[in-house]
Design a protein around this ligand. Structure first.
Ligand code: FES
Length: 198
């Protein structure tokens, strides 16, 4: 990682959000790290920051961070449960290095979604119950009856390459929206200061 703010390869909106956080003297260093790590979804942060609770609770699950893999290489995927024991999920590293995470509970009738590595350059996510298909890069529905995208699981990668699940977003909600929603529930003042809409 050469970008100290972790904005490399992210959207202009994300970069602007991080810049606002960075420029806000009222925002503590701890908050800044927590926010940047969460919205970056791939930013290298120290394992000690995660394990020390700097990334305490995000998203619907209000779950504590969970270390899901020592490393996920390009083209590899890891299944895990998060935030609860029955909340099946998957993390995958795409060919370009992007790390993505999703719930694998189908948004149609809750069957288990699996990755098909032989469908496209990055594979896809497939529900065998009624042939639902999802884009592995976005979680969007590409075929079949599922009515909504797969909810995202927010991931961070620490300085040693270990991957942690740190929160969840709702179906169709991007990482920043998920962050702002959960942040508003936890710390409305901070949410206001970094420009999260009400
Ligand atoms: S339960 Fe997944 S497509 Fe129906």
């Amino acid at each position: 990682m050469t970008d100290p703010h972790g904005t490399e390869g992210t959207s202009p909106e994300h970069a602007a959000l991080v810049d606002r956080i960075s420029a806000d003297s009222l925002t503590t260093r701890r908050d800044y790290l927590r926010i940047v790590a969460t919205v970056s979804g791939g930013l290298a942060v120290g394992a000690t920051l995660v394990s020390a609770g700097v990334l305490p609770r995000h998203g619907d699950g209000s779950a504590t961070p969970l270390r899901i893999a020592d490393r996920i290489g390009r083209g590899q995927a890891v299944s895990f449960a998060y935030p609860g024991e029955d909340d099946r999920a998957i993390a995958a590293r795409l060919a370009d290095g992007t790390l993505v995470g999703y719930s694998t509970i189908c948004t149609h009738l809750a069957c288990g979604v699996v990755r098909r590595s032989d469908h496209g350059p990055d594979g896809d996510l497939y529900c065998p119950c009624h042939e639902g298909e999802f884009d592995i890069r976005t979680g969007e529905v590409t075929a079949g009856p599922p009515p909504r995208p797969l909810p995202k699981v927010l991931l961070v990668e620490d300085a040693r390459g270990a991957v942690w699940a740190v929160g969840t977003a709702r179906s169709g909600e991007n990482e920043e929206a998920g962050l702002c929603r959960s942040l508003r529930e936890q710390d409305p003042d901070l949410a206001d200061r970094i420009g999260c809409g009400s």
